[in-house]
Design a protein. Structure first.
Length: 379
């Protein structure tokens, strides 16, 4: 029994005990929930099998390439990779319209995009930059993400637009590298601009609330853009900005990402239906653990005490916000972010004895807080 199903069945039992629903209605709800859970389990197994199939397909492609690689020159290898990527993507798109094959379609399209990106990267060996063939091949990289994003958005697919957007930045970088005289630093700046513009557009769509229908893809693309941002910020800091340590730049992007996520949660008209932002914020809270520790210990060259104060202090702020808003995933992440730095500091400062003492005191404080926040009625 899944955690979600267990929670639903417990709720049905409470409603029955409180005479909110009668026994017949309770039995109907339990039956419907059982059927839904079985369907969800079957769908999950489909995704597991489909992902495994895509992995086996990539392995088979690797075996084929290992066999054919020595007989091909770099041009032939590039074309072979690109053709294979197109064929795999086309197979995935063909299966997308068949509902029960959706997991296989998803996995095939991901594998196809990966093969296409590999082909474009390998083309560096086939033709020199800005040569006629490199320019033509690089220009075709603009066609791939535009087509994929357009059709996945049009089909109301919830996950693929975000993945295609992330891959699209890679295709865009390849176009500028292969077909234009832009330097590496200039390409990074352009990608930064595209990321900021796209994030603003997605934020506008998400803030439209009920006025915008079918926006799940925009939510997932927004989440993807937050993750991609950490990669681009690192490249920008160590590249064009010449920073030896990009941690402070990552801190700034993390703060921006958290701010946008909190703003999105405040603007969301139906948080119960679209809880993805809650999980994004939970991941951001967990991400603050290594980021905050690195900022204090490495960048600012401070001791474990300040690092613990900064990270655990942020966790307390996240907990208070989540407790007021009722965001369970953020509460769990905040608890982890609060405890881990204290444990690390205690062990480092006082050895095993100090760690045990600090953790015991922390546990006592948490039990006291739990008792103060509890309710006799919620058992």
């Amino acid at each position: 029994m899944s955690i979600r199903q267990n929670a639903v069945l417990e709720a049905i039992e409470r409603w029955t005990t409180a005479s909110i629903i009668d026994q017949e209605t309770a039995d109907q709800l339990r039956s419907a929930e059982s059927k839904h859970d079985l369907a969800a389990t079957a769908r999950l197994s489909q995704y597991v099998l489909a992902t495994s199939g895509a992995s086996v397909l990539l392995i088979a492609g690797g075996v084929f390439l290992e066999w054919a690689w020595p007989t091909l020159d770099d041009v032939g290898r590039t074309i072979t990779l690109a053709g294979t990527g197109v064929a795999v993507s086309a197979a995935g798109i063909t299966l997308e319209a068949r509902g029960r094959w959706a997991p296989s379609s998803f996995a095939l399209q991901l594998a196809g995009v990966g093969l296409l990106l590999t082909a474009y990267v390998w083309s560096e060996r086939a033709w020199p930059d800005q040569s006629l063939y490199a320019t033509i091949f690089g220009a075709s990289a603009l066609f791939v993400p535009g087509t994929l994003i357009w059709r996945s958005v049009k089909s109301r697919n919830a996950l693929l637009p975000g993945i295609h957007f992330a891959a699209g930045l890679g295709f865009l970088a390849i176009f500028f590298d292969r077909s234009t005289p832009l330097s590496g630093d200039s390409i990074i700046w352009v990608l930064d601009g595209v990321l900021v513009l796209t994030t603003m557009i997605l934020g506008r769509l998400l803030s439209a609330g009920s006025e915008y229908e079918g926006k799940e893809w925009a939510l997932n693309a927004f989440i993807t853009s937050m993750g991609v941002g950490f990669v681009l910020v690192t490249l920008t800091a160590t590249g064009p900005l010449g920073m030896e340590d990009p941690v402070l730049a990552l801190d700034a992007w993390w703060a921006l990402a958290v701010g946008l996520t909190v703003w999105g949660l405040a603007a969301e008209k139906a948080p119960a239906e679209h809880g993805g932002l809650q999980y994004l914020l939970a991941l951001e809270v967990l991400g603050w653990i290594p980021l905050g520790m690195a900022t204090c210990r490495e960048t600012l060259d401070q001791g474990p005490g300040l690092a613990t104060l900064v990270v655990s202090g942020g966790a307390v702020a996240a907990y208070l916000y989540a407790d007021r808003s009722g965001f369970t995933p953020v509460l769990a992440a905040a608890a982890i972010a609060f405890v881990l730095p204290i444990w690390g500091w205690a062990v480092e400062a006082g050895g095993a004895t100090g760690g045990i003492a600090a953790l015991t005191l922390t546990a006592g404080a948490l039990f006291w807080a739990a008792g103060r926040r509890g309710s006799v009625e919620a058992t």
